[in-house]
Design a protein around this ligand. Structure first.
Ligand code: FAD
Length: 323
């Protein structure tokens, strides 16, 4: 038996969430005395594949063909299912990323497996079953999901599990999955990247701003602060509705749910619908000129002040600190 973990890459580089998933898989494997088999799909160099061993993989299956260069949900799911079967996987772990959200239910259905999506902690074993703690209702509650099937699928929320080095090294195997032509009924012709910025759902630090910024012309300082911190930028819903920022930056109940280590909210009131998507952040810093702004109630640190005074000073201080 094995624990199979699917590791995502972007342009041949594994994402941080991939190493988190491998570390998580290693911890699950240690609970059950199994080994971790990592599955990589796409054009990834050996040095990157070898790195997976450092975090707990004993074997890396490398599927690298021209046809699979771009992500195709149907085909990737078929490969994961094939690898799970041929490696006798009892637990299958994926990151709960954009692609993971599409893959996990498809894979679970094909394997007749139970699925826990949005896992935030290691599972605990109850006999043959696994109990997994997941985030629910946009992070406002937790659910304890019991997986009772023979094969179990867990989709791990990004930034929920620490990347840990393990005393393992991985063998790399070129893997040729047996999949059907029908699995390629969707063909990705080209991918045009809209931005080179840090991906918001997986960012360690998020700098987010709201209507308090008054207009799109004032986002220069938000971008500069994000640059200094190596952060992704985000915004409240009215900001993206007004077209000040792209919809891809909208966080909250109706936008993206984020769980970074640090969330800095600037000129955002802290409406319940906004908090629904950000309250899983480890540390929240709020900058607002109104001391009664509801966001302060959930803040770890707060600055009562005008963003137009505070942010430029913060940028200067952070730059000085970095030097
Ligand atoms: P405002 O409420 O206008 O707050 C602006 C804040 O900026 C105020 O607190 C003010 O004190 C502060 N401020 C003003 N000037 C300055 C300054 N110079 N310096 C510092 N601070 C300043 N919202 C979301 O964000 N995400 C969602 O997913 C979402 N989904 C929704 C779903 C539904 C069904 C509904 C009904 C609403 C939803 N909303 C969502 C909207 C939400 O209710 C709020 O209206 C919205 O979050 C408010 O955005 P804001 O905080 O940027 O603006």
């Amino acid at each position: 038996m094995s624990i199979l973990v699917y590791v995502e890459n972007t342009d041949g580089q594994f994402k941080k969430s991939a190493f988190e998933a491998v570390s998580y898989a290693k911890a699950v494997a240690d609970q059950s005395g199994n080994q971790v088999v990592a599955l990589s799909i796409g054009n990834v160099e050996d040095a990157q594949l070898t790195l997976l061993g450092k975090y707990g993989a004993s074997k890396v299956l490398n599927v690298n063909t021209e046809q699979l260069k771009s992500f195709v949900n149907q085909a990737y799911a078929a490969i994961i299912v094939d690898a799970a079967k041929s490696n006798d996987a009892s637990v299958l772990i994926l990151s709960n990323s954009f692609s993971g959200k599409g893959l996990a239910p498809r894979v679970a259905a094909k394997l007749n497996a139970a699925l826990a999506d949005g896992a935030i902690e290691l599972p605990s074993a109850t006999g043959e079953n696994l109990q997994v703690k997941t985030g629910a209702f946009s992070g406002k509650a937790f659910a304890f999901v019991e997986l009772t099937s023979t094969i179990k699928v867990i989709a791990l929320n990004p930034n929920s599990f620490e990347v840990k080095e393990a005393e393992t090294s991985a063998t790399i195997e070129n893997y040729s999955p047996s999949i059907d032509a029908e699995d390629f009924s969707t063909i990705v012709k080209d991918i045009i990247r809209a931005t080179d910025k840090i991906s918001l759902p997986e960012a360690d630090i998020v700098v987010s701003a709201g209507r308090g910024l008054k207009g799109p012309e004032n986002w220069g300082m938000i971008e500069e602060l994000a640059d200094v911190l190596g952060a992704a930028t985000a915004c409240s819903k009215p900001v993206s509705d007004a077209g000040w920022r792209p919809h891809s930056e909208h966080v909250g109940q109706t936008g993206i749910a984020v769980s970074p280590n640090l969330y800095i909210a600037i000129g955002i009131s802290g409406a319940i619908q906004h908090l629904a998507g950000v309250s899983a952040s480890k540390t929240i810093v709020v900058i607002n000129k109104d001391p009664e702004a509801p966001f302060f109630k959930v803040a770890d640190y707060g600055i009562v002040g005008d963003a137009f005074d505070v942010i430029p000073k913060l940028i200067v201080a952070l730059k000085a600190y970095k030097e």
